[in-house]
Design a protein around this ligand. Structure first.
Ligand code: 5GP
Ligand code: ZN
Length: 125
């Protein structure tokens, strides 16, 4: 259940600005709760981010009320990875990564799942 509070954007958040269309992005999926767009600095031939439109700071901020949303975000990953050019499992595949907090390497503090795939070598990861 979406509430006004969880749909609130954070004014200084770059991903909230992407959701609002104030910063352009190359979208790969959009629905009422979720946006996916290409990472501006890709590590792999396929590299996009899946984010909730609501400003959830990180995986450390996810609670039982987010179970449905988290399921929908993860369920999108395989179909979007294939649509973006990742080869099918098992010879192809993809990587899903979520950095959380300072020691987890998180730089943008709006929850996002990195989805990476495509032929190796990759720049990172
Ligand atoms: P983190 O280090 O927080 O897990 O990853 C943040 C990711 O967001 C990085 O891979 C970075 O390239 C990407 N990123 C940062 N700013 C922008 C932006 O303005 N547009 C897009 N498309 N990606 C961004
Ligand atoms: Zn945000």
């Amino acid at each position: 259940m979406k509430t006004l509070d969880t749909m609130n954007a954070s004014p200084d958040c770059i991903f909230c600005k992407i959701v609002a269309g104030q910063i352009p992005s190359r979208k790969v999926h959009e629905d009422d709760e979720i946006l996916a767009f290409h990472d501006i600095n890709p590590w792999a031939p396929v590299h996009f981010l899946i984010i909730p439109k609501a400003h959830i700071v990180s995986m450390a901020h996810v609670g039982p009320e987010h179970q449905g949303l988290m399921g929908r975000m993860l369920t999108l990953a395989p179909q979007l990875a294939l649509a973006q050019g990742a080869k099918p499992y098992p010879d192809g595949g993809f990587r899903i990564l979520t950095n959380t907090g300072k020691e987890g390497g998180q730089e943008v503090h709006h929850l996002h799942f990195h989805v990476m795939g495509g032929p190796r070598p990759w720049l990172r990861g």
